[in-house]
Design a protein around this ligand. Structure first.
Ligand code: ADP
Ligand code: MG
Length: 736
């Protein structure tokens, strides 16, 4: 049997040319051979491959299929169903072909398998007619369609059989990500050639014992089966191996990092005595919630150690994380250490400064703020005082504090990430000989799998309950027919003394997307629905002075309506603002919407959030150029976002929303690896492979407990892979 148009012919001999040249080379050197030197590829196609990052034999070997065409679903014709690729066998009864004019033609082949007839059709391939004759046994694979009274397949894949009893092995064909100029069949051939020659070259990653206990195929078998699976079971085993491997390497890296932090770094122990605890708590104008007390106990117990705290504090917007951070900073100061707090934006840094000013009104702690708005003279004076240890607490923006600032005795770094995750890019703020304790705060509740997968090196505290007196927020998806009523409601709220935020997603119409721009929105509202009120505009392109002026005017009530981009998203606190309108909400992730909504439950009035969607902008299928584009488009199509938006109107629990976003959009949109400064996964998917994450994590922790530096011979390849992939991103040094 042979498949027509398939790749299985003569792969081997294309590759013969190179063998023999590798005597004495290491596997790495062999795999590093540039693809242009491979006879199956050559310089021209090598240039095309380079565009998708494929340079060497290794790259092609690990260019995994993004999907498969399964021709192994064999059925009798009377059991066919529409929708999937299926394979039938039968005897040819009739062959017909006709020209339909203008060089067009149709060839039809009728087969019968004893249950029914099926007709295969080829358009404009007149030569197909000569390939069939009655009495011949053939096999067709395609998506069948039922036409009138008979099953049909258009342009099926064909195999010519030896006779009625020829039961050929059917194939699962790989579908690769392509680049222009290289069609699928050529990519298949090139990969097949490389697999044929190189699959046995890479050194096994896992120790023998692990392969056995985990029951996973060897690297070589897995490479062969992921590209050219013999059946679905082998394919699943191969995929599982690579998914596990990818997650395991990351978990090893995280476990090593954690081990390093605990054994190799030193920090000043800053325990909380009962007296310090009482003195600090007295400064807060309210009783701490039990959640806050619990978190503070965890933090204080970390800080009492002589190794650095590495704690992630997650809690919804407004859950009172800042209180925990201020407590930790005051604890450091009580030990005559310095503390610094980094905020993602200037607005937030100022807000933290105000909170701190309130708490420290009756205390002698010396503190300062450093932002883009600080004058050069002030800045110099602050730096001098910091170096001399005269300033106990410094608050500033991430950007400013990454600079070379010298502390006399830095004991604690608090990083307020809000939704911007740069956890990995911690500033290297240190004083000679010791590391500060680290507390990272995030207002984006993180789904459990993600916490495990990406923050395995951190301890995690969670604030789930809100401080008492938090107001409810009502959320509505405003249908087009209800717009007028919504704006009337906004006017009523403004008239009764409340304030409103209007959020639009883009600063200007620079992209050809039908998203409202803040400037346009401002113009439209100021001259339309909200004409009678005092409006102002704030966006990321304004200078920091302009932004401050706008924020102050809004906070003091001078402006009633603030039209903005997402700059208000992070932590801004104006209790009198109770109305929020979000334009084009489908352009935001749930986490972001949730952050925005957190702006309007800060005072004594309930909040109202209106989601004002775009008119249905879903592209018609015929307008999309390629199926690949179509599938990308559909994932973020308005109908999918509608489900998300409806979910959003139904709950205000950030953790629940995070899980929904995670399930519906995947980690990439929420906080994928890239946002953490980690390289992306090739094959693992944190939503789909949640169970594997857990398995990989527990095995990695066990292995690192036994062999922290991966120094054992059988772990050499694991060690190399960990360093290659995560050494830099996680600052692992030379591991052990
Ligand atoms: P987060 O940083 O988690 O968004 P904050 O720490 O800014 O939250 O707290 C939100 C608001 O709740 C602030 O106005 C703060 O003063 C108030 N708050 C915090 N903890 C308590 C508490 N235990 N009791 C009453 N109000 C609190
Ligand atoms: Mg906060």
């Amino acid at each position: 049997m042979r498949w027509f148009g398939s790749m299985s012919r003569n792969i081997g001999d294309a590759m013969g040319a190179l063998s023999g040249e590798y005597a004495g080379a290491t596997p790495e050197q062999v795999l590093a051979v540039p693809v242009r030197h491979l006879s199956a590829i050559g310089p021209d196609r090598a240039q095309l491959l380079a565009k998708i990052g494929i340079q060497t034999a290794r790259d092609l070997l690990f260019h995994f299929p993004r999907n498969y065409e399964d021709l192994s679903d064999q059925r009798s014709i009377d059991h066919l169903e529409e929708g999937t690729v299926q394979t039938v066998r039968g005897v040819v009864e009739e062959v017909d072909g006709k020209s339909t004019g203008f060089g067009r033609s149709i060839v039809g082949v009728l087969i019968n398998d004893g249950t029914q007839q099926l007709r295969a059709i080829w358009f404009n391939q007149p030569y197909m007619r000569d390939k069939f004759h009655p009495g011949q046994y053939v096999m067709f694979s395609a998506k069948p369609k039922y036409h009138g009274c008979r099953w049909e397949m258009t342009h099926p894949k064909v195999a010519w059989l030896e006779g009625e009893d020829d039961r050929p092995k059917t194939e699962i064909l790989p579908i690769y990500g392509l680049t222009e100029g290289i069609p699928q069949y050529q990519m298949r051939r090139m990969v097949a050639a490389v697999v044929h020659q190189f699959a046995a070259v890479p050194i096994e990653v896992f120790p023998e014992s692990m392969l056995r206990t985990l029951d996973i195929p060897s690297l070589t078998d897995a490479i062969r089966n992921i590209h050219a699976p013999t059946d679905q079971i082998q394919l699943a085993r191969a995929r599982r191996r690579f998914i596990f491997q990818e997650l395991f390497i990351l978990q090893l890296a995280l476990a090593i990092r954690r081990w390093q932090q605990q054994t190799q770094r030193r920090s000043p122990p800053l325990p909380a005595s009962a007296k310090m605890d009482a003195r600090i708590l007295r400064l807060f104008p309210f009783e701490l919630t039990s959640g806050q007390r619990h978190v503070i106990r965890q933090i204080a117990s970390d800080m009492a150690q002589n190794r650095p705290m590495n704690r992630l504090l997650q809690g919804d917007v407004g859950s009172g994380k800042t209180v925990a951070a201020v407590y930790a900073m005051l604890l450091a100061v009580a030990h005559r250490c310095q503390a610094v707090m980094m905020a993602p934006t200037e607005i937030l840094a100022r807000q933290h400064a105000e909170t701190l000013a309130g708490v420290l009104r009756a205390s002698r702690v010396h503190w300062a703020t450093l932002t883009g708005g600080t004058t050069e003279k002030e800045r110099q004076s602050i730096l001098t005082q910091l170096a001399a240890g005269e300033i106990g607490i410094l608050i500033g923006t991430h950007a400013l504090l990454q600079e070379d600032i010298h502390f006399q005795n830095l004991g604690l770094v608090v990083i307020d990430e809000q939704h911007k995750f740069g956890v990995r890019q911690r500033a290297t703020l240190r004083t000679a000989g010791s590391d500060p304790h680290y507390l990272v705060m995030t207002a984006t509740p993180i789904p459990r799998t993600l916490t495990m997968a990406l923050f395995g090196d951190l301890d995690v505290s969670t604030l789930r309950e809100m401080p008492p007196g938090r107001q409810q927020v009502h959320t509505y998806l405003i249908e087009p027919g209800k717009r007028a009523a919504w704006w009337q409601f906004v006017r009523d709220q403004l008239t009764s003394g409340r304030q409103a935020y209007i959020v639009s997603p883009l600063v200007d119409e620079s992209l050809n997307i039908a998203a409202a721009s803040a400037e346009e929105t401002f113009e439209a509202l100021a001259n339309g629905e909200l004409e009678a009120f005092r409006l102002d505009l704030i966006h990321g392109r304004m200078s920091s002075r302009e932004k401050q002026t706008a924020m102050r005017a809004f906070r003091t009530g001078k402006t009633q309506v603030l039209v903005s981009t997402t700059v208000i998203e992070v932590g801004v606190d104006v209790p009198n603002a109770t109305v929020l309108a979000i334009l084009s909400p489908e352009r935001f992730g749930l986490a972001q919407l949730h952050q925005l909504r957190g702006r309007i439950c800060r005072g004594k009035y309930p909040g109202y959030c209106g989601l004002i969607g775009e008119p249905d902008a879903s592209p018609k299928e015929s307008e999309l150029q390629s199926p690949a584009l179509a599938s990308e488009f559909c994932e973020s199509s308005p109908s999918g976002s509608r489900d998300r938006l409806i979910a959003f109107t139904k709950t205000t629990d950030g953790f629940e929303l995070a899980e929904i976003d995670f399930q519906m959009r995947g980690p990439g949109n929420l906080l994928g690896t890239a946002q953490h400064g980690l390289p992306p996964f090739r094959i693992a998917d944190l939503v789909r492979d949640a169970a594997v994450v857990e398995e990989a994590r527990s095995l990695a922790q066990k292995l690192i407990a036994e062999d922290p530096g991966l120094r054992h011979d059988t772990h050499a390849k694991l060690r190399r892979m960990v360093l290659l992939r995560y050494g830099k991103a996680l600052d692992l040094g030379d591991v052990g």
